[in-house]
Design a protein. Structure first.
Length: 277
């Protein structure tokens, strides 16, 4: 009888030990599967110009808080979202919500904004003309060819009386074929964002995103037209939907949205950027 009890107790003990070991193993595997949740490290994708410069400042501030930020630079507007969707980076900081939504719709991805950063006004530049009224009939205007910024550029032209879009058109999704009236017979040329500054050599004018304008050394004060502070195109930090509440990512957002970052933006990009937090 005593022997039987001993055997039963021993088997129970082994089973319990196995259960505990199994639980411990699961936790270890879960942690190793998502190291960002257990380590104070984060990979941030960004693009040239002010986007990268602001992230570099935030990275230094994050280091003071024990958070290591690895900056991953990209030269275009598509690859940073592809890298984020594939898990090659943890978050990115370079785009506004309409662009993000357009990317998701086109690619079937689930990337979401987790924090506002700043507004980077879109501007119309020219090396050949000093005012909008100087633009000749048939002038060539280069605009971004991505869906959201293309519509944004057309909206800027409409707001300045250079063309009119069809009634009821969503400006975020507006395309060249949505132009209802073009009194100056403008020739709209759609180009990749990095090519827009170079287009100034051949076109009458070019609508250029802030980051590429800064990289090209363009002075915002010389722009023929620009968005004002009523624009809804505030830039954001984006993450994969399943990671939106990741504490490390949220810590990065919190550090980004400090008064120190606001002061840095105002002191260094007072004409180029407007803090959005």
């Amino acid at each position: 009888m005593n022997l039987k009890k001993t055997v039963i107790i021993s088997l129970a003990a082994l089973a319990c030990a196995g259960f505990i070991a199994g639980c411990g193993s699961d936790k270890k595997d879960a942690a190793s599967a998502d190291p960002a949740k257990t380590k104070n490290e984060i990979k941030v994708g960004t693009t040239p110009g002010y986007s990268e410069q602001v992230v570099e400042f935030v990275a230094k501030e994050a280091e003071k808080e024990g958070l290591k930020v690895t900056i991953v630079p990209f030269s275009d507007y598509v690859t940073p979202n592809q890298a984020l969707a594939q898990g090659d980076i943890d978050v990115n900081s370079y785009q506004h919500v309409p662009f993000l939504e357009a990317f998701n719709e086109k690619n079937g991805t689930k990337l979401v904004p987790i924090g506002n950063t700043y507004l980077a006004p879109l501007r119309l530049f020219s090396n050949k003309h000093k005012t909008l009224s100087d633009l000749p009939n048939g002038a060539s205007i280069a605009i971004p060819n991505d869906p959201s910024n293309g519509g944004r550029a057309l909206l800027l032209l409409e707001k300045n009386g250079l063309l009119k879009l069809k009634e009821g058109v969503n400006p975020v999704k507006a395309v060249v074929s949505d132009i209802a009236s073009n009194p100056k017979n403008l020739k709209i040329i759609e180009l990749e964002a990095p090519q827009l500054p170079r287009a100034l050599e051949d076109c009458d004018a070019s609508i250029i995103n802030g980051g590429y304008a800064v990289s090209a050394g363009l002075d915002p004060k010389t722009a023929l037209a620009q968005e004002d502070n009523t624009s809804p195109y505030v830039n954001v930090i984006a993450a994969r939907e399943q990671d939106k509440d990741n504490p490390i990512y949220q810590k990065f957002v919190k550090i980004f949205q400090t008064e120190a970052t606001r002061k840095y933006i105002n002191d260094n990009f007072q004409v180029t950027l407007i803090p959005g937090f």
